[in-house]
Design a protein around this ligand. Structure first.
Ligand code: VG1
Ligand code: CO
Length: 544
């Protein structure tokens, strides 16, 4: 087999963000752009005897082309065994599972997650390490460093592989396995949840549901598990065919982008339960008849009821949440006498805690929930966990949520995003906030007294690595918080995220609309950051 060495020029912008390298497709289509980054990954990895690689993506535009390029570069770099989802498809959690199950060295996941897809939209690539989780910062920094001075890459001169046919293909000593993307994942889910009970209540219509796959990767997974295995009536999974452009929509499961589903759940035709997932299948949105469950509450409720699912019946070791996620899960951990960790935004920070069994469950406010079953957040897993809880408790979602609030109090929560802000303005806002936090502690603003103001920095309890500048926090005496950070997944300008949170112990106040309950904090946030004034915007781009 001939291996060619191709001369190339370095690009200066291949710094991975919160979750891999994300750019416009057009950027990835520049000469050698993808090849450079893939070579940078392989050249940065330590020498290993393990030559197995998992590859799959969310099916967005450029997925197939990228898969072929990656396979050839990987062969040239010594990989001999490939596990690839049919059609080049794998959800992010399924890829994580395959890396673990088949003891691969790692995997490449092709996705820009919830970002739109198509020739003029976004593409992304992410490397996951042998535990199945996103490469930690030591790795991503090394990839970036290498990419800045790369001069050549190696590529095997072989024909394109057949991505469509299940089974094994051989190219000399190279073994390529095209697998069904759903099989292994479905088995894993069956091992964690009470599928017999779920089959009974779902196929009999006792528990009705709707799942919106948003024309993204969870379509095949949800159709197989919810309809074929658990017996939900045909049509329970909507928008189930993955499309290269997600039908022109943002495959982002929230009230703004999964609008139809939300409308259904607040109408008289609402089923008992509904959910949606994102482009690569790691996010979830949970809805009940007439109720939206915030991701922060969902994590807390899953933690409080974990023992109802067979895979977690023997108890959980601890929980973790990203820093901007509400403190709802902390209250559950306290009551259950469990350790609770606060990590920076991004799933890569949960990996060490999961590997060390310090935690079993973790989540983020950004519609991400997961456990030690893989090392990624997992949309369909969260849906099945909720269904398992609903089937066991035989109560509506709204009752489970309101009773949870009665027991623990409610962490009223929302996030305001200002997208595509001029980067200089956004950086200026963060710098200005950094200045202000030096003197904010102790100051009073109406009913709110500031207890602390700082910039979040995290020391990993397992490997002691330090991650600085992970968001500006303003904490109030009553436990309320305002957090500001810039997104690390956007591809246009900068996105300012403002996270707002207020604790309400009084159950008579729990029915409030979050925008009303948080009005005072929303005003204060603008006073501190002045995003509206500086950008001329009148409202956030998205409220979740
Ligand atoms: C966002 C979310 C973060 C999540 C990340 C990847 O990052 O806030 O919680 O881990 O997306 O999710 P950022 O830096 O834009 O705030 V996914 O489903 O896009 O891989
Ligand atoms: Co995602």
């Amino acid at each position: 087999m001939q291996i060619n060495t191709i001369q190339t020029q370095a690009y200066s912008d291949q710094k991975p963000g919160t979750s891999g390298l994300r750019k416009k497709v057009k950027v990835f289509q520049q000469a050698h752009y993808l090849a450079n980054f893939v070579q940078a990954i392989f050249s940065s990895l330590e020498e290993s005897d393990n030559k197995t690689l998992v590859i799959g993506g969310d099916g967005r535009y450029f997925n197939r082309t990228a898969t072929q390029i990656i396979v050839k570069i990987a062969i040239a770099n010594g990989f001999t065994d490939f596990i690839i989802g049919q059609g080049g498809l794998l959800s992010t959690p399924a890829a994580s599972h395959l890396i673990r199950k088949y003891n691969a060295l790692g995997g490449l996941i092709l996705s820009a997650s919830h970002n739109p897809g198509g020739p003029d939209e976004d593409f992304g690539i992410k490397y996951n390490i042998s535990n199945g989780g996103p490469a930690p910062e030591q790795y991503t920094n090394a990839f970036y460093d290498y990419s800045k001075s790369i001069t050549e890459y190696q590529i095997a001169d072989v024909a394109d592989i057949d991505l469509n046919t299940l089974g094994e293909q051989q190219i000399e000593n190279i073994n390529i396995r095209i697998i069904d993307p759903v099989d292994d994942y479905a088995d894993l889910m069956a091992s964690l949840f009470d599928f017999d009970l779920l089959k009974r209540v779902i196929s009999s219509g006792k528990l009705s549901l709707r799942f919106d796959a948003m024309h993204a990767i969870t379509g095949p997974y949800a159709s197989r598990i919810l309809e074929d295995i658990l017996g939900a009536p045909e049509g329970s999974v909507i928008n189930a065919t993955p499309l290269e452009d997600f039908g022109g929509h943002h495959p982002d499961p929230n009230l703004a982008h999964a609008k139809e589903l939300a409308e259904l759940m607040f109408s008289s035709d609402a089923p008992d339960f509904a959910a949606a997932s994102d482009g690569d299948g790691d996010r979830n949105m949970i809805l009940g008849n007439n109720i939206f469950v915030t991701p922060s509450d969902s994590l807390a409720i899953i933690a409080a009821n974990a023992q109802l699912a067979p895979g977690y019946a023997s108890g959980i070791s601890g929980v973790a949440r990203s820093m901007p996620t509400s403190q709802a899960v902390d209250r559950v951990a306290k009551a259950m006498n469990l350790p609770c960790f606060e990590t920076p935004t991004g799933w890569k920070f949960f990996g060490n805690l999961l590997d060390a069994d310090k935690i079993t469950l973790c989540g983020e406010e950004s519609f991400g929930t997961g456990s030690n079953h893989v090392r990624e957040k997992d949309g369909l897993w969260a849906v099945l966990f909720w269904l398992n809880i609903l089937a066991k408790k035989a109560q509506p979602v709204s009752q489970i949520v309101t009773e949870h609030w009665q027991q623990y109090g409610r962490d009223i929560y929302c996030r305001h995003d200002y997208e595509a802000v001029d980067s200089d303005i956004a950086n200026g806002i963060m710098d200005h906030l950094r200045e202000q936090i030096k003197t904010l502690a102790g100051q009073e603003f109406g009913q709110y007294t500031i207890q602390y103001a700082d910039e979040f920095s995290y020391t990993d309890p397992i490997d002691n690595s330090i991650s600085k500048q992970q968001g500006i926090r303003i904490g109030f005496a009553d436990g309320s918080r305002i957090i500001f950070r810039l997104s690390g997944t956007g591809t246009v300008g900068a996105t300012l995220r403002i996270y707002l949170e207020k604790y309400e112990a009084d159950a008579t106040q729990h029915k409030q609309d979050p925008q009303d309950a948080l009005a005072e904090l929303i005003k204060l946030a603008e006073q501190f950051c002045q995003v509206k004034k500086l950008t001329g915007r009148v409202e956030p781009t998205v409220i979740t």
